[in-house]
Design a protein around this ligand. Sequence first.
Ligand code: 5GP
Ligand code: ZN
Length: 113
Amino acid sequence: MDCLFCRIVRGEIPSTKVYEDDDLYAFRDIDPKAPTHILLVPKVHHSSVNALDESSAAVVAKAYVVLKQLAEAEGIAQSGYRIVVNTGKDGGQSVDHLHFHLLGGRSLSWPPG
Ligand code: 5GP
Ligand code: ZN
């Protein structure tokens, strides 16, 4: 599969790994938008939220628990952070492999542009 994030998960493209288990892989965004900017991806390829169904519910639920743990490890759990899942063209998705952005370490504006 020629998917960028599948290749990162397989180690074919280098990344700064911050977490890995049987189901999930997390690494630092190459172009960080905040002091903490981590991408968490399911190892199984899902193109976006639109591709999810009941069979993928467990890994999505687990992802949120891992995201909370990553926020704690980054020291931003108390100050606050944002979890973002861009979906489709209007949602700003540029890589078609489901990924959760974990952003924090500064005050984040709302709403996004
Ligand atoms: P999206 O725009 O799809 O929501 O997010 C894709 C993210 O992947 C962007 O924040 C972008 O900076 C990041 N990204 C794109 N290519 C690479 C890469 O090769 N390595 C890493 N670590 N991040 C990447
Ligand atoms: Zn993929």
